[in-house]
Design a protein around this ligand. Structure first.
Ligand code: HMG
Ligand code: MG
Length: 304
């Protein structure tokens, strides 16, 4: 089996990871988390969302976070923008990349962003245009590509249709998301293979929540196809407020351990990611969900 020699990781812990946290996480903590993640070597750190604070209160401080971080040259600081209001926030915050987020499931689109798939694309169109006009990158997310918490099965044709609509908007990257972590590797391969017929594979990324413990296996299935970009979340933080019961993204530490063990380069320092994972987990009053983080911490404790 031939695997890519280099993989890009988009670290989404400060956004996807924290958006569902019930306890107030001060901006100072979010800023320190983003700074620690930049220092660990990620090329793209998703740092917040410009969405309705009534819908996702935890992201209401995204402008403060973006204003407070230490920007490392070359790092892309990305934020979610569901509409032009969100885009204006992202522009004022000097985001490098905006993420427009749609769904392959009608039911999820209505619940998450309060409009149909077709309406969402029309909301995203001016966002994508304005981002391009301002020299910003545009990434898209296709939620529920492996199944929906409301409508159940989602067809591969529906995923491909969504990918084509995003391709038409001129996106630089399209992420295929398993929002509820329900997918298994053969289905993941089929979905990504079909998506790659509609959009270049080297601009498609994988976003796997780990609810059913399948996420690393699904990353591996994607690597076998040649996918080279994945979203992951430090300490396995997270979940979507509109996907009840879904757990966080696959833990960054677990994916890095797997990739580095396979000889795949990421440019990311696993030890620094573990420290960032310990830092945020301590603030939240829990142990990291990442098994690699816990295993390495136990090993260090034994050696000390
Ligand atoms: P709406 O109610 O249809 O929109 O919400 P609206 O234009 O009628 O506005 C309603 C209220 O929101 C108004 O305030 C607006 O001013 C305000 P009010 O008059 O009631 O006081 N508003 C905004 N405020 C701040 N920033 C904005 C903004 N837009 C409107 N940009 C909307 C539509 C999309 C805004 C809303 O549904 C929303 O914010 N939803 C949040 C969705 C969200 O953040 N979901 C989680 C992230 S997606 C995700 O996690 C999935 C992903 O990880 C991939 C995967 O795993 O699947 C990416
Ligand atoms: Mg997600």
């Amino acid at each position: 089996m031939k695997y890519p020699t280099h993989v890009n990781i988009v670290e989404v812990g400060a956004r996807d990871g924290l958006q569902n946290e019930k306890q107030d996480v001060p901006s100072s903590v979010k800023i320190e988390l983003v700074n620690r993640l930049s220092d660990a070597g990620f090329g793209n750190v998703e740092s917040g969302s410009f969405v309705s604070p009534k819908w996702v209160p935890q992201m209401a401080t995204s402008a403060d976070v973006m204003a407070g971080i230490h920007r490392k040259p070359g790092v892309i600081y990305s934020v979610l923008t569901p509409n032009m209001r969100g885009f204006e926030g992202a522009l004022a915050a000097r985001a490098d990349e905006v993420v427009i987020f749609g769904s392959a499931s009608e039911a999820f689109s209505q619940t998450n962003i309060n409009c149909s798939i077709a309406e969402s694309i029309e909301r995203f169109r001016p966002v994508a245009e304005a981002a391009k006009a301002n020299g910003m990158r545009v990434r898209a997310a296709v939620s529920c590509a492996l199944g929906c918490p409301f409508q159940g099965e989602v067809s591969i044709a529906a995923v491909v249709d969504c990918v084509m609509r995003f391709a038409d908007l001129g996106c630089d990257d399209i992420g295929i998301a398993d929002t509820i972590g329900i997918g298994t590797p053969a289905r993941v391969s089929a979905v990504f293979e079909a998506a790659a017929k509609a959009f270049p594979l080297n601009q498609i990324s994988g976003h796997f929540h780990d609810t059913y413990g399948q996420a690393c296996a699904n990353v591996l299935a994607c690597l076998e196809l040649g996918v080279t970009t994945f979203d992951t979340s430090v300490a396995g933080l997270g979940g979507c407020p509109y996907a009840k019961g879904a757990t966080g993204n696959v833990a960054t530490e677990d994916v890095l351990y797997m990739l580095h063990g396979m000889g795949i380069n990421t440019g990311i320092n696993l030890d620094l990611v573990c420290e960032a994972g310990q830092f945020i987990s301590q603030v939240l009053g829990r142990v990291p969900h990442s098994r690699v983080n816990r295993a390495l911490a136990a090993k260090r404790a034994l050696q000390a």
